[in-house]
Design a protein around this ligand. Structure first.
Ligand SMILES: [Zn+2]
Length: 132
């Protein structure tokens, strides 16, 4: 039983092998599928080479199944999906919508794991949201 990623809305499985697949909208209404790695902290991105966007650009992430925007309540620049580990434990995964920004947070209850060189940027917002 591997780690799986789910859409928080339709609970559809958005991961396939070692990739998590998203429908993405970039500036100029450009749209495409991209995949990120299931391994947290690995920021390799796969996409069609014709679907180009700039480093630092804010992307809109959508579920490839139900097309709901995968926005986080914590901060407008973060996207949110669900991870289910080998023990069927569910975690909230938040990550930056900005292309090239390495900020990922794995959250369950009041416990958080942090990944990426740029993770400091949103940590205060997430801490605040966890104090409720
Ligand atoms: Zn969905």
């Amino acid at each position: 039983m591997a780690i799986n990623y789910l859409c928080p809305h339709c609970k559809g499985y958005i991961s396939l092998n070692d990739a998590v697949v998203f429908s993405v909208k970039a500036s100029g209404n450009k749209r495409g599928l991209i995949s990120l790695k299931t391994e947290l902290g690995n920021y390799a991105v796969d996409k069609n080479p014709e679907f180009d966007f700039h480093e630092g650009e804010e992307l809109d992430f959508y579920c490839p199944i139900c097309h709901t925007e995968l926005a986080s309540d914590v901060h407008g620049k973060l996207a949110r999906i669900i991870m289910v580990d080998e023990n069927k434990t569910e975690f909230d995964i938040l990550f930056s919508r900005r292309a090239g920004q390495k900020s990922t947070y794995k959250i369950i209850g009041e416990t958080m794991e942090i990944f990426g060189d740029d993770s400091a940027e949103y940590i205060d917002f997430i801490n605040l949201s966890m104090n409720f």
